[in-house]
Design a protein around this ligand. Structure first.
Ligand code: SAM
Length: 323
């Protein structure tokens, strides 16, 4: 999800891992990063320069030809390569002004980019606050453990509690303290470029049967997340560009009687990175309202990234809230 080759994107995104180091210390300690020239626009990035993102805290854009992986900062886990779009879910979950989460769930965690990001943002004043990270796949759960250990070795197993399990089989009543969830399920990956998946897709469009299967799985896993008893915010995301996996899943969830009865609504634009300009597709909300303005308002609550054009992968994010 996070690797580009230099001819495919003008920028590579790196997140300072504040679990291990503050931003100030980072630039004092790591001369390579401190030595880069600051530029004000992504477009003016070139080798030897650094751009500070205006949407996600502690995130920087760097020229893809820079050899970040050979820096001490990378080896020590002080910096994590993570696409900007992929940083939005944890940032959205954390932007609830009324509530600072202490206990959160990451439903689909491996390799762990969003897990380690949200772990750095939860309220750690409470001694036992943590991220419950679920992963179903045997191999990927190992990668998740490895990444969690690199990102927070001092609190390994405490701040991030990894469970190798199918999230839909987890009993929500065992997690009464959880107030926030991130659900980033398997998807078609149609927003990802620079990997074989994109070439396959241009040759052979993702077929509608596959999209149907994926979206019904995405719906199911989201519905499970929305049944957590104390949950106040659930962020849904995919790296797909298809409306079927994105706005339509959201629309179907909003139409679900159980979900309505639990008090869930779609967060409005002002609660979901309002300054990000590219929002959802309103047509997908036809099943919810005949009123065009209402459909537009729902779409405004969703976030989209167009691959390359928005300086990274194609992505979608939306947030369910209740008081
Ligand atoms: N959130 C991850 C990150 O930012 O690094 C990427 C997640 S990836 C898109 C989806 C992951 O969900 C895969 O590792 C997949 O094995 C896992 N997964 C799929 N279905 C699951 C389920 N029912 N329960 C737990 N994990 C699941």
């Amino acid at each position: 999800q996070n690797s580009f080759s230099s001819d495919e994107t003008p920028v590579r995104w790196v997140r300072i891992n504040t679990l291990l180091i503050s931003e100030n210390e980072f630039f004092t300690k790591h001369k390579f990063f401190a030595g880069l020239k600051r530029v004000d626009t992504i477009e003016s990035l070139e080798q030897g320069s650094l751009y500070k993102d205006t949407f996600v805290p502690h995130l920087y854009g760097i020229h893809p030809k820079e050899k970040i992986t050979s820096t001490e900062a990378y080896r020590k886990g002080h910096v994590i390569i993570q696409d900007r779009a992929s940083c939005f879910p944890a940032h959205i979950l954390n932007s609830d002004k009324e509530h600072k989460h202490k206990f959160v769930v990451d439903a689909c965690s491996a390799p762990g980019n969003k897990t380690t990001h949200i772990a750095s943002l939860i309220d750690q004043n409470s001694s036992n606050s943590c991220v419950f990270a679920f992963e179903r796949d045997n191999k990927r759960v190992e990668t998740l453990n490895k990444m969690s250990k690199i990102a927070c070795p001092h609190k390994f197993g405490a701040l991030i509690k990894v469970t190798h399990a199918d999230f839909t089989s987890v009993d929500p009543s065992d997690y009464e303290s959880v107030t926030g969830l991130i659900v980033d399920p398997s998807c078609s990956g149609s927003g990802i470029f620079g990997r074989a998946v994109e070439d396959e897709q241009t040759k052979e469009e993702v077929d509608s049967e596959r999209l149907r299967r994926l979206s019904s799985f995405q719906y199911k896993i989201m519905k499970h997340a929305l049944s957590f008893p104390s949950a106040k915010r659930v962020v849904y995301s995919t790296c797909s560009i298809h409306m079927e996996e994105n706005e339509e899943v959201v629309s179907d969830l909003l139409n679900d009687e159980t979900i309505k009865s639990l008090g869930w609504e779609l967060a409005k634009r002002d609660q979901v990175v309002p300054s990000w300009p590219r929002r959802g597709i309103s047509d997908a909300f036809r099943g919810i309202s005949a009123d065009e303005d209402e459909r537009k308002a729902l779409a405004e609550g969703c976030i989209r990234f167009v691959p390359r054009e928005d300086m990274g992968i194609g992505f979608f994010a939306a947030c369910f809230i209740r008081s």
